[in-house]
Ligand binder design. Structure first.
Ligand code: ATP
Ligand code: MG
Length: 383
């Protein structure tokens, strides 16, 4: 008898012609997630199994696996050769702590000579002999002993089913460039796009010396945390100092935020072209702050042609915070370092910008040069 971890993926995306593509990507991502452990990942009919791992690594491996998008659930299972005596012996050794149970047999291997319900009864009886304080309850059992008799000559026995991250394997839905601030929202936005299968690279604007080295370090740690879910995360850090100084020197300060955001978008689109990303991703949520009114979003959106995905657009802040806590970015996000958007903050930011007024302000800037200079300040951090 050997312990293995069975991995299940939803069947939704495994139908049709793309099945091989999705499955290979998922297999690769799972392999990467557990590469630090001494173990073997195998394909078995419609599932994967992690085998030959050290018992003391089991919890750590499970922790990693629950964060791989595309996996739906997993179970620690006992694996034996498909042989009546071996399976029954294993049942006899099973120690259950619950008060009620039932056995469910799935017989994918039709060569197995005993019918599923009949065999479940045989196994159940064995379990009752070992566990004196437990009863069978077929309607509402506290635990189910699943016995999966697979086509490949092996049988897997398991009880607990642990839910994983779900979604689609990262790398199956193109690449997006996430505008990553140090705040709570943008890491969560990246998480959701990763969940839909997007590869993500991040772009952060800092305003050194107005913002500190710690503020930058915080963003690097945020990106590291996101990498638990999104493999190969790359972080591009650009200097926004000159842009802000130029706006501050030349323009009506009440337009600061909208002008900044329009330049951020232009820079992001250029960087997308360079890295082969097909979408810009942001953590905006409708109505949350002055720059996220419909009018402001329209004004920032109009400078780019690539699609801009805002997965949090309909989220309440508290809903976002819940997810941020779950994925481990919240504690980092609330560290009190300044963001570039808090530098040169206007007293009365325009919340419903009129496009002709915005253009009038932009006419006072050399936008192309600012965008170019900003791109040239690039520093790439491989997480
Ligand atoms: P967050 O919590 O993600 O900072 P927010 O609610 O504070 O969002 P804003 O500050 O208006 O909202 O920023 C909106 C979005 O713009 C952010 O979610 C992020 O995608 C992007 N953004 C803001 N500041 C930066 C920055 N310094 N670098 C990169 N992207 C940024
Ligand atoms: Mg912010």
């Amino acid at each position: 008898m050997e312990k293995v971890i069975l991995l299940r993926f939803g069947e939704i995306f495994l139908k049709g012609d793309n099945r091989g593509f999705f499955e290979n990507m998922l297999f690769t991502n799972v392999q990467k997630a557990i590469k630090e452990f001494d173990c073997k990942l195998k394909k078995i009919a419609g599932r994967y199994a992690v085998e030959n791992y050290n018992e003391q690594d089991e919890q750590a491996i499970i922790q990693k696996l629950t964060k791989v998008f595309g996996l739906y659930s997993l179970s620690v299972a006992r694996k034996v050769k498909t042989d009546i005596d071996e399976i029954v012996n294993l049942c006899a050794k099973l120690e259950l702590t619950q008060k009620t149970f039932k056995v469910e047999v799935r017989r994918a291997d039709k060569r197995f000579p005993i019918k599923s319900t009949e065999f479940a009864a045989i196994c159940g009886e064995k379990i009752l002999m070992t566990n004196k304080n437990i009863k069978v309850d077929v309607h509402n059992p506290e635990t189910i002993v699943n016995i999966d008799i697979r086509e490949d000559g092996w049988t897997y026995m398991f009880s607990d089913i642990i839910l994983c991250a779900g979604g689609m394997p990262v790398g199956t839905s193109g690449k997006g460039l996430l505008l990553l601030s140090g705040g709570i929202d943008s890491p969560v936005a990246g998480y959701f796009m990763g969940k839909r299968g997007m590869s993500v690279e991040c772009l952060h604007f800092h305003s050194f010396p107005y913002t500190s080295e710690q503020a930058k370090d915080k963003v690097i740690r945020l990106a590291k945390q996101m990498q638990n879910y999104i493999p190969h995360l790359k972080l591009h850090i650009l200097s926004f100092t000159k842009v802000q100084e130029e706006i501050n020197r030349n323009c009506d300060r009440d337009y600061m935020i909208i002008l900044m955001r329009r330049i951020m978008m232009r820079v992001a689109e250029k960087l997308c072209k360079k890295i082969g990303a097909g979408a810009i991703l942001t953590g905006e949520s409708l109505g949350q702050v002055a720059s996220q009114t419909l009018e402001s979003i329209t004004a920032t959106n109009s400078v780019v042609t690539l699609p801009v995905f805002r997965p949090l657009v309909g989220f309440d802040k508290l809903e976002t915070i819940d997810i941020a806590k779950k994925i481990g970015t919240y504690e980092i996000s609330i560290e009190p370092y300044e963001d570039c958007c808090t530098v040169f903050l206007p007293k009365r930011p325009v919340t419903k910008p009129k496009i002709e007024n915005v253009l009038e302000q932009e006419a006072k800037l050399n936008i192309d040069k600012l965008v170019q200079d900003c791109l040239e300040s690039e520093e790439v951090v491989l997480i």
